[in-house]
Design a protein around this ligand. Sequence first.
Ligand SMILES: C[S@@+](CC[C@H](N)C(=O)[O-])C[C@H]1O[C@@H](n2cnc3c(N)ncnc32)[C@H](O)[C@@H]1O
Length: 312
Amino acid sequence: MKKAVLDILVCPNCLPEERELSAEVAEEKDHDILQGRLICGHCSMVFPIEDGLAFLDPGAFVGRAGGNRYETAPVVSSYLWSHYGDLMHDGEASDAYSRWAGLMEPLGGYCLDIGGAVGRFAFEMTSKSDFVIGIDNSTAFIRAARELMRHQRMEVPLAVEGLLTRDLTLELPEEWDMKKLEFIVGDALALPFKGGVFTSLASLNLVDKVPSPLKHLYEMNRVARAQKAAFLFSDPFSWSEEVAEQEEWLGGKGAGRFAGRGVDNIASILNGDGGVLTPPWSVKDRGHVWWKIRTHANHFELIRSCFVKAER
Ligand SMILES: C[S@@+](CC[C@H](N)C(=O)[O-])C[C@H]1O[C@@H](n2cnc3c(N)ncnc32)[C@H](O)[C@@H]1O
């Protein structure tokens, strides 16, 4: 983990109190901590840094994280195709991530991609921000994103059918600035950052994957700057009781709190209705992006991800 990130970290286990973490560095290279520990002086929780990967998800140490379905090699390969298929010159790839990044203005400051998986949006944002962090609770995704950051190239084994695979070469564009980027393992519901730090924030295809969608929005709002900030939200709203109880859904219900369509409720929450998020945001744009996931040569998922872009 790049040492620059230390400036904005807090203990995710002590939230809502923002307690500092101190770093014990066992091995570092070029301001990158390769082996070490981050320790909370208040709750004494220890967060390891191994092979450059910082593990800042407190749930992972106390059995709250549960089984993560994103940890297998086929799923990592699927997401690498989903994020970088266009850069691997696959004619069937989608342009979803460059479209999402295209919705963001260059505002400088810190950028946070929450639930950013294998990192495409974070890489794209290095041209628009001073420093970008991708955070995800999948170790396999963050490891892949970090490997790409370190080597700027990767051989990606793509499933063809059954046990058959073919390798595609992924090379990142030279203009993406790896010095302004970091990926860490952490929880969207307990972000390990000081409040009011981030200028640009994204939550892409995440809100229907967390047990408490509202807590995710509160956490996003806590770490966002109170002024001169932009937030890009996008989701297909595939609500599922396997992920969150119905009472927690922010849409997809006929009655009760957050009845109706999720995208309308998110826009209304951001616009300040009901005082859910303060200070309120102002919705500037709405629309959708077609996003594709590939399982094997003959199996693709086409997803309409509805976005809301807000500023304050
Ligand atoms: C449907 S994927 C979307 C990934 C990426 N944002 C994109 O649009 O391609 C959902 C992502 O959220 C991550 N995720 C799920 N629950 C999370 C949590 N509590 N904290 C952080 N990341 C989480 C998963 O590991 C996965 O990468």
